[in-house]
Write a protein that binds this ligand. Structure first.
Ligand code: ZN
Length: 115
């Protein structure tokens, strides 16, 4: 059973440039991650490096490094049909509508006039 995301978790959209598929990653607020293991790493002195190179793992299990790669870019503007279905299916039903809270590109065909 998929758990609903914490309300302060943020959905990230990561577009695979080669395919145009937009994967979903979830970024949690820092305090969700602030456990003793992290503290130990910080004491070790390499925390900043570890954090800087930690990959973004998408919901479907893809590991990306959007801050370094040119193959995967963070995006906020894409068509719904670009959304990775494997990622989408991992979301709790209450969260799935959040996957559609994004901008869409300018339509290539004019929409019929309303009215
Ligand atoms: Zn995916």
């Amino acid at each position: 059973m998929t758990a609903a995301l914490p309300c302060d978790a943020e959905l990230l959209f990561v577009e695979a440039v080669s395919t145009g598929t937009v994967h979903i990653a979830v970024r949690y607020r820092a305090y969700h991650l602030a456990d003793d293991d992290v503290t130990e790493v910080i004491k070790g002195g390499s925390s900043f490096v570890a954090l800087a190179i930690s990959p973004t793992t998408t919901r479907c299990g893809k590991r990306t490094f959007p801050q370094f790669e040119r193959d995967h870019i963070k995006t906020a503007r894409f068509n719904d049909d670009q959304l990775c279905r494997a990622c989408y299916r991992t979301l709790h039903p209450d969260d799935q509508e959040r996957a559609f809270e994004h901008d869409v590109p300018e339509p290539t065909t004019p929409a019929p006039a309303a009215g």
